[in-house]
Design a protein around this ligand. Sequence first.
Ligand SMILES: NC(=O)c1ccc[n+]([C@@H]2O[C@H](COP(=O)([O-])OP(=O)(O)OC[C@H]3O[C@@H](n4cnc5c(N)ncnc54)[C@H](OP(=O)(O)O)[C@@H]3O)[C@@H](O)[C@H]2O)c1
Length: 379
Amino acid sequence: MAESTTDKINNDISIPAVMKAAQQSSFGDIRDVLTLGENIRVPRQLSSKQILVRVCAAAINPVDWKILNGKLSLVTRYSFPHIPGTDVAGVVVAIGSGVKRLKIGDKVYGDLEIHGGSYAEYVRGPESLFTVKPNNLTMEEAAAIPLACDTSYQALFKKVSPPIGKGSKVFICGGSTATGLYAVQLAKAVGAYVTTTCSPRNFSLMEKLGYTITQTNVETSNDQNQLHVIDYTEKDFGEELKDQNYDVVYDCVGGAEQWISAQKILKRGGKFITIVGDDTSSVISLKTLIEMGFSIVNRKFWSVFGLAHHDYIRHVLSENFQDLDDIRTKFIETNKVKPLIDTVFDWRKDGVEALYSLYEKSKSGKAQGKLILKIADEE
Ligand SMILES: NC(=O)c1ccc[n+]([C@@H]2O[C@H](COP(=O)([O-])OP(=O)(O)OC[C@H]3O[C@@H](n4cnc5c(N)ncnc54)[C@H](OP(=O)(O)O)[C@@H]3O)[C@@H](O)[C@H]2O)c1
């Protein structure tokens, strides 16, 4: 896309020539390849459909450290130094000539896809990836929504047909994952009956969402505040819920064992939808792509010709502002879904250690909600 000079710049806010931004020098370990640059050029040149956002907060996701160590290098074609970061919340400070929906001064949130750029004081991106942020959330809370919540929103309402709704029986593998926390709330919000796997360490996390945890199968309960939880450290959900005719199993954990157990609990024609797949290490090499392709084709074949007709769906988020608008108006601003935040680090105070700590927490697989990088104040 040809670049033109920025058409409109917010005259009230002076946009500096240089900024502070994370810099990834190559693929490798977090502390070897990630630094904080102080004099990085602000991307002021916008094409007609782009906006420039002054970043207030960003969120760390597992994809960040997977990209950083090169595990997805077959699909990421970066030139270094690269500014990482997908989730973002901030204020629009400049717009291209063809930008119609958003205006200077709008408080927005969005997900910049694999191209990244949000761990910076300013980020440039297409208008199509941003929309107005929920009015009942802070910037840090808004940054916690896009990638994780939209992934679960698309999985439950767009990737399965019919979408889940009142009375659907939904099982979520990994209710305490960031994606799972949103999935539980989204499914509950539309009146689905929800069961999930969760270790006892995280029962209190679920209670923070307002649920009463029960480990007894309350399949017929109409109490929407009750959440049926299976302690995965003790029990196999496939055995616990065998033959209980679930409509959908949504997997936020990964590993072949989720698919094996899911088939025991799904109804005939039920859907298994995974955002991780069998390989939890998420290395995208030619070998893993071939293996993944073979395993999906094999499972699709049996979903058509097998007796149970269980559909196997591998879901990858497809970012767009329309979903973020739906999530905002139907679920967030109606207080049916809220973000849970594990930690906020502020790089003005903690420097590059803020990034290292957040990446390391995400990589540990022990985060209890979203990990947030605070970059600037709202005003
Ligand atoms: N396809 C896509 O578009 C897409 C989008 C978003 C995320 N993802 C992928 O989805 C996965 C989850 O990401 P996330 O950000 O939601 O995760 P996360 O927040 O980093 O997950 C951390 C949580 O997972 C729990 N957990 C770990 N092992 C578990 C198991 N075997 N069963 C149940 N819970 C378990 C941990 O609790 P305890 O260990 O204490 O139980 C911890 O609370 C990642 O692999 C990510 O890359 C894919």
